[in-house]
Design a protein around this ligand. Structure first.
Ligand code: FE
Length: 207
């Protein structure tokens, strides 16, 4: 926020965007276009049910449960569907596994297709033209911008999402997490690690 705005907003609890959203919501409600309860339900769904914690639980389960991991890599939509707590996923969710030999990265070169049931709303950069165009042409350069460096020998494979097919990266389980519970492991799984533009958190780092 600029200094100008900060001065004016000093006594306001709401940001300019929040005020605009609120004004819009009021107009739409008064005109009878939206039901505030329905709006609240959608917002709540995005805040709680839908989000990267879904993907993180799937990844953590795959790390501890070899059968689930096999099922996930064979048919991710089906495997995720067996976990009751995760919201419905599209028909064609494909999980791609990172290994020392291959690192996977997700993009949508056409628009912004994204496994939102697993990861929530896409980050702004995911929808931005530079990411979409460079991810394919120069994946290593894009990863460097994210602070991710991989051994030269590691192949980088870029998966182009479509409206029908969404991808979820299964990152490598961090070393030093032997014996960790699924829940604790899920806490290491970042959104970016499931897009392939980051790694899971360092298990040794203070949380
Ligand atoms: Fe798209």
């Amino acid at each position: 926020m600029s200094q100008h705005h900060r001065d004016h907003d000093e006594h306001s609890e709401l940001s300019e965007i929040e005020l605009r959203v609120r004004a819009l919501e009021t107009v739409l409600t008064e005109k009878g276009y939206v039901d505030p309860a329905a709006l609240d339900a959608i917002v709540q769904a995005y805040e709680t049910r839908i989000g990267p914690h879904n993907g993180a639980r799937v990844v953590a389960k795959a790390w501890v449960d070899a059968d689930f991991k096999r099922a996930l890599l064979a048919d991710a939509s089906k495997a995720v569907g067996t976990l009751g707590h995760v919201s419905r996923v599209g028909d064609h969710l494909i999980a791609v596994e990172n290994t020392p030999e291959r690192h996977n990265m997700i993009v949508c070169t056409l628009c912004s297709c994204y496994p939102w049931e697993m990861l929530g709303l896409p980050p702004v950069w995911y929808k931005a033209a530079p990411y979409r165009s460079r991810a394919v042409k120069d994946p290593r350069g894009v990863l460097a911008d994210f602070g991710v460096s991989l051994p030269k020998e590691t192949e980088i494979r870029v998966w182009d999402s479509t409206a029908e097919t969404r991808f979820l990266v299964l990152p490598m389980r961090p070393k030093g997490t032997e014996g960790w519970s699924e829940e604790k492991l899920a806490g290491l799984v970042t959104r970016d690690s499931m897009i392939g533009t980051g790694f899971p958190r360092d298990p040794g780092a203070p949380s």
